[in-house]
Structures are given as structure tokens and as C-alpha cells.
Design a protein around this ligand. Sequence first.
Ligand SMILES: O=C(O)CCC(=O)C(=O)O
Ligand SMILES: [Fe+2]
Length: 356
Amino acid sequence: MATRNLGSSIPVASVKELVAQSLDAVPERYLRDVDGDCDYPTGDSSLQVPILDMSKLLHPQFHQLELQKLHHACKYWGIFQLIGHEVGGESVKTMHSKSQDFFNLSPEEKKLYAQQPGSLEGYGQAFVISEDQKLEWCDMIFLKAIPAQTRKLQFWPKQQPHGFREALDTYSHNMRKIAVSIIGFIAMALGLDAKRFSEAFEGGSYDVRMNCYPPCPEPQRVIGISSHADISAITLLTDCGNIPGLQVLKDGQWVFVEPITNGVVVNIGIIMEVVSNGIYKAPYHRAAVNREKDRFSIVTFCYPDSKFEIKPAEQLINSDSMALYKSFTYGEYTQSFYDRAKLSDDGVPFIDTLKI
Ligand SMILES: O=C(O)CCC(=O)C(=O)O
Ligand SMILES: [Fe+2]
């Protein structure tokens, strides 16, 4: 198993603590519109993110049509909501309540699990690399969950919230179950060997990020998580409550992903963009915040096992369709991402650095 250096982040104040001070104005470091580049839209409500049904993918009668829908969703959206999967709502609900309980602990209790220099794991913020960088309206805790031997238990809340560790163990195994099945169908939709993909994800890595977006007095002027594409192969997101926040960029427009009961949001990450030779795109997405309530999301970044080479699949390369991306070992790929994350933003998207 290649060890991954997940980089590090400069400690900054917790947004929840900031909100507890009942500020009526948002501190300058969070404001996105001061330099006139705020583009916070309400989201286009005429567009709806595709919904895929796992039980249909598994059903001989409906399989073919649903597989075509999956191909279309991955190709034109890079994101879809998955229903009819085999994971019951209970484990998701339990994890969401433990995650909320964690963010509601006192600042002192949460700090027991704070990120340490040189690592992104733990409680804090991701990728703060300079003192004048704009900040996101989000607190998070980031934990590597699978394989179990990669867990850094010093960052896993222990006594409080009671049962957090067991809940995360169950939740992450359930997310792996979903990843193993859906990646097989994604491979199939591309005409690739489903079994090889499912096996690679059976032995893959699963990193979990729990996000808390506190209510903001000026939600239009801040961003919960700024626009990015995930570096995973696929990402599975569950939302708790009916508070929309996730937005995806579709043909130049931001579209809200409306939470649906028991739905798991699946999005294509950069690894699958490379493997599919660009047929499927890792979509840009971001999180908006609201004025009224905390929003919580739990995001599982799914990676294949470390033997899996990150390169365009050979079956997709021919004289009409040349390889668009270079080949990487798993270790080279993750290291190159974290090496770039330590540098100040040069405006070049990570995916472009992978192109031939
Ligand atoms: O919370 C959300 O809706 C988005 C989170 C996300 O994109 C991420 O953590 O990578
Ligand atoms: Fe993301």
C-alpha cells in the first residue's frame, strides 16, 4: 500500500465559532465579492441532475436501458443521484447524527482532533496555504477510513460523540459496497471489464470528509467550498436534511443538486476522467451556504487499489482516438496533486497537468 502524503493546511478559525460570536458582518477574508468577481447565482432550476436506479441496473429486464442512462449521465453531467442501492438509510442517518454531534461539541473538545502540521487529516480546513488566501465558509473533519490499517485513530473522535468510530466504520464499508457496484457499471458503460474495476475498488482506499456549513448572515457573498473537481476516481456524497447546497457546473451554468431521500450523489473524479480518456468528465462543483441553518454533508472519496495504473484504458485508444492523458502509478498521481496543492494557485487546472 503506497502511503499518501496528504499535504497540510495552515490552521484558521472555525466558522462555527465565528458564527457563535453573532457577527452581523462577515469578515473580509471570507468575502468573495470585494474584488467584483462574485458569481453566486441561485442555480438553474429548470435543469435536474440525472437519477439512476441501481435496482434497475441489476435487473435483467431494465439493465440495458438504465446502463445507457448511466453512460449519458457520466458523459454529459459527470454527476448523478443513485437510488435503489443496497445500503439502508439507517447507517447513513446514524453517521449524519454522529457527524452533527461532533461539530456541535465545544471548541476545546473538537480541537483534540485538530489537523497537525504536515497532515490534512483531522478537524480543520483543507488547503489553506497562505495567510491572505480567501477562506471557505466550512468546517470539516477529514479521515482516511479504508483500508483499516491506514486509519489515524488519534483523529477519530473517541468518547464524544459516543459511537462515532463504529458509525464511521459501518458507513465507510457501506460506501465501499456502493462504490464497488457502481464502478462496475460505469466500466461496463464504457465497454471495459467491470470485474477488474470492481476488484480494484474492493481493495481500494476510502477517505471521508464531513463538512459543516454554518448559517451565514450574507450567504451570497461567501462560498462553502469553492469550485473544484475531485481527484478521486468517484465520489459519493450524502446530504442530511433537505438543505440544498451542492451545485454542479453544467454547460456553463451552476445547477443545484437537490437532496433526495436515500439518494447518494455520485460524481466522476479525475481518475475516471483519465481512465475514460476524457469520455467522462470530472465536473466542477461547489457548495453554497444559506442564512438559516447548518448544512452537513458527508463525502467519501473512492480510490482503486494502489496497483491500479492511472492511464487511459487501452480499449478506448485507437487510430481515431489517441490517448489524451499520460500514465501514472497511483503514488505518482496523488503525490503530484498534493505537490501542486502546496503551491499558490497558478490558474492551471490539475487535469490539464495530466494531459499529453
Ligand atoms: O458538501 C458539498 O456539497 C460538496 C463537498 C465537496 O465537494 C467536497 O468535499 O469535495
Ligand atoms: Fe468535491
